[in-house]
Structure formats: structure tokens, C-alpha cells
Design a protein around this ligand. Structure first.
Ligand SMILES: [Zn+2]
Length: 70
């Protein structure tokens, strides 16, 4: 098998574009995963204003399991 063929086979196929998490339009490669710079900024400002709940529930997940003492 020619070497260049092997190399081409290794190249991953293009992934299906995900919809923009902000408005649901197909994402733009330049602004991935958003469709535009505007949506990126909207998302970023949402982070900065703290509207996103950041899961930091390590202790709580542990509390879900009862002690295994016999
Ligand atoms: Zn968008």
C-alpha cells in the first residue's frame, strides 16, 4: 500500500458540526463551538455574571453513599 494512502486513512473524518449552544444554529469553525463571535461573547458574559452553576459537589456525591460498616 502506498505510504500516502496510509496517511490519508489516518485522517479523522470531519465531525458533524454541533449546534451553537447559544442559539442552536450550526456552529462556525472559526468561533467553535459557537456560530458567531456574538454568541461566544454572550456565553462568556453569562459565565462572568455567574449565571452558570458550576458543579463542585464532590462532598455531596460521597454523602450519597452510606457507610459500608458492618
Ligand atoms: Zn449562535
Amino acid at each position: 500500500m502506498p505510504e500516502d494512502r496510509k496517511a490519508a486513512a489516518k485522517v479523522a473524518p470531519l465531525r458533524k458540526t454541533r449546534p451553537c449552544p447559544e442559539c442552536g444554529k450550526p456552529s462556525n469553525r472559526e468561533h467553535y463551538p459557537f456560530c458567531s463571535n456574538r454568541c461566544r461573547e454572550v456565553d462568556l458574559s453569562r459565565w462572568l455574571t455567574g449565571s452558570y452553576a458550576i458543579p463542585v459537589a464532590d462532598d455531596e456525591t460521597k454523602a450519597d453513599y452510606p457507610d459500608e460498616e458492618n
